[in-house]
Design a binder for this molecule. Sequence first.
Ligand SMILES: [Zn+2]
Length: 203
Amino acid sequence: MANSTADMRLSGGHPALDLANTVDSRRGRWGPDFLRSFEDLLVLADRLDLVDRQALARLRRQAENDPPKAGAALADALALREAIYRLFLSEDAGKPYPIADLRLVEDRARLGRTHQALVADAAGYRWTLPFDDLGEMAQLFAIKAVDLLIERGRRRAVRECKGSNCGWLFIDHSKGGRRMWCSDASCGSHARIKRFRSRLKGN
Ligand SMILES: [Zn+2]
């Protein structure tokens, strides 16, 4: 079983949802929390290819040199994570987005936008953050969350995994739009085994 951002499954299908999924379970029980330090957040961003090596090293150094600032940046990222979670959970429930959560995500994304610079690389031009401040990690994920809100077709809804002790969010890419599990191999197979056992008992 995974117990950190280094070995958790990335099955959200989008960085913003993978951030929301850094709590191992939100159904049945809550936790454990995989985001226990700013370093955990950096590890996640690295696995999602959101930051390059130099930026990673720079932020890591800053966090080590200023633990209170790293703690504040982590707290901000956790608040953002919960806002993103509630936002997309409401989509699965067919409810309107909670306005306070929407505003928090918007606020962090807007802050990030003001820091972005246009840079060229092999693939062409793109907006990027300078990554010279720890607060930019939350801004980065907020920008991703807004991208997810804006760029997704109606058909690709965000769903909540109904596995017991899960509750992870994922984008439903299935044809019928009825996918139930964050991962067929874990939550899906647990549910199948449970159904199979209850059928045996019934016979
Ligand atoms: Zn699941």
